[in-house]
Design a protein around this ligand. Structure first.
Ligand code: F0G
Length: 456
């Protein structure tokens, strides 16, 4: 088989700034060993997130020029609406400025004290919006998804039995909707199978609970279904995504992922009464229902991006280029969540640095080493992000200590990725030099964004 090439030519380039290792040591120390606090100009390869970091196509930039900025009834809105309806089949489509704005509106209406919202794994903002409403967010990830070293096709799947038991326990009247997140970001970017989406829908239907899909990475998930699930190998990506959404009663989406744009999102549903309530709240918080916190040009870019993301050559390259990095790391013995997910490689910090205990943040130690060694920015997903202190001030750690290397869409070439693998492998070889960290500052909420550390 020949090399899988990037399915695009580069028309416009953006220089990256080189720094020396000595410079980076000072930059990182000044930032309190937290790469969220360094200037992006001091980063060589930025793998902090795949969200809002995509390179747009020439057709999307052309759409930007054609955006209709009418306050009401913009032509760009109707194009946006048609693109989303073609994919999701939803009757009511509500633009928002990003994913969490859609979540905020939805859960302000259906959430509240005494309510429960199950999901395979809630993303942080979804959980935060549910909890902010006074309700409870519950995760039902399949057992296999909790084992980083086991290779399986659909490690993002919902545990259907546990979900049904939970519904019986809490009472269907207390569960306004059930969610499923594709791909499962917090669980390693792992896909959910069509069978699992179908079975989740069957349980929901049995108890009269609507199913909402968090669709951030729906196209990447659909591609995994095509290559891994029996019966889908000859279907087009459009047919697969249409089947996925045929099981849904509603959708939230951050367009900053699979719509290949830098800003945008939407909320969509079949229920007219709920849509009316959402639109009324949208007018208060985001804007008029035909723009909802976006400019007309943004709506155009989303509509165009949603067409481009269904291109199989693109998805083949996208999924393969992430796996390419994963394969190189595995071949060198670097422990990662296997198999590689759709948008990121997750280093398993517990196996990478078994000597550093969770309360000294092994993931953060790796994040710092990757920055100093190679100017690569990554993010810790472990005790820094999710650790909580008990009443005696002892830290309760989450089950996994991970470092996410998220790959922006259409931004980096194969040689950038080769460089990333060289830096990670080098860091792994020198892992006995890495040191744990301790907080010098910690905010009461979402502490990973602003925390400061020093090496122990
Ligand atoms: N749902 C999932 C599964 C996500 O991954 C994100 C964002 C959101 C919802 C919220 O969307 O950022 O547009 O408000 N994930 C980003 C990330 C931030 O880095 O994984 P948003």
């Amino acid at each position: 088989m020949k090399t899988i090439i990037e399915p695009f030519k580069i028309k416009s380039v953006e220089p990256i700034r080189f720094t020396t290792k000595e410079e980076r040591e000072i930059i990182l120390k000044d930032a309190g060993y937290n790469p969220f606090l360094i200037h992006a100009d001091d980063v060589l390869i930025d793998l902090l997130t795949d969200s809002g970091t995509s390179a747009m196509s020439a057709a999307q930039w052309a759409g930007i020029m054609q955006g209709d900025e009418s306050y009401a009834g913009s032509r760009s809105f109707y194009r946006f609406e048609a693109a989303i309806r073609k994919i999701t089949g939803m009757k009511f489509i509500i633009p928002t400025h990003q994913g969490r704005a859609a979540e905020k509106i939805l859960f302000s209406i259906v959430g509240g004290k005494g309510k429960y919202f199950p999901n395979n794994t809630h993303f942080d903002t979804t959980r935060a919006n549910i909890e902010f409403s006074g309700a409870e967010a519950d995760d039902f990830l399949n057992e296999i998804g909790k084992h980083p070293e086991i290779r399986a096709d659909f490690k993002g799947n919902m545990d259907i039995e546990k979900l049904e038991k939970f519904i019986q326990e809490k009472g269907k009247e207390n569960i306004p909707l059930c969610m499923i997140t594709i791909t499962n970001n917090s669980g390693g970017g792992q896909p959910v199978s069509m069978q699992n989406i179908r079975e989740t829908k069957e349980v929901c239907t049995k108890y009269g609970i609507p199913l909402f899909i968090d669709a951030c990475r729906f196209a990447e998930n659909a591609y995994f279904i095509k290559i891994r699930e029996k019966g889908y190998e000859h279907k087009s990506i459009l047919e697969i995504v249409q089947e996925i959404f045929s099981y849904a009663d509603g959708v939230t989406m951050s367009a900053k992922k699979d719509a290949l744009v830098n800003i945008g999102g939407f909320l969509a549903m079949q229920d007219e009464k709920l849509a009316t309530q959402c639109r009324n709240l949208l007018i208060v918080t985001e804007g008029f229902p035909t723009y909802g916190g976006l400019a007309g040009r943004d709506l155009e870019a989303v509509a165009q991006g949603l067409e481009e993301v269904l291109d199989e050559n693109y998805l083949h390259y996208r999924i393969r280029s992430v796996a390419y990095l994963g394969d190189k790391l595995v071949a060198a013995g670097v422990p990662i969540i296997e198999p590689p997910g759709g948008h990121a490689i997750y280093l398993d910090a517990k196996r990478f640095l078994p000597e550093i205990p969770p309360y000294q943040f092994p993931g953060q130690a790796i994040v710092c080493a990757l920055y100093i060694e190679g100017g690569i920015r990554s993010v810790e997903i472990g005790s820094v992000m999710f650790g909580k202190n008990d009443e005696n001030g002892n830290m309760i750690s989450p089950p996994m200590e991970l470092v996410r290397l998220a790959i922006p869409r259409r931004v980096y070439t194969q040689s950038h990725i080769d460089y990333v693998s060289e830096v990670v492998i080098d860091a792994y070889k020198q892992r006995d030099k890495m040191r744990g960290l301790k907080f010098t500052y910690e905010a009461p909420m979402l502490r990973h964004f602003t925390a400061k550390f020093e090496p122990v």
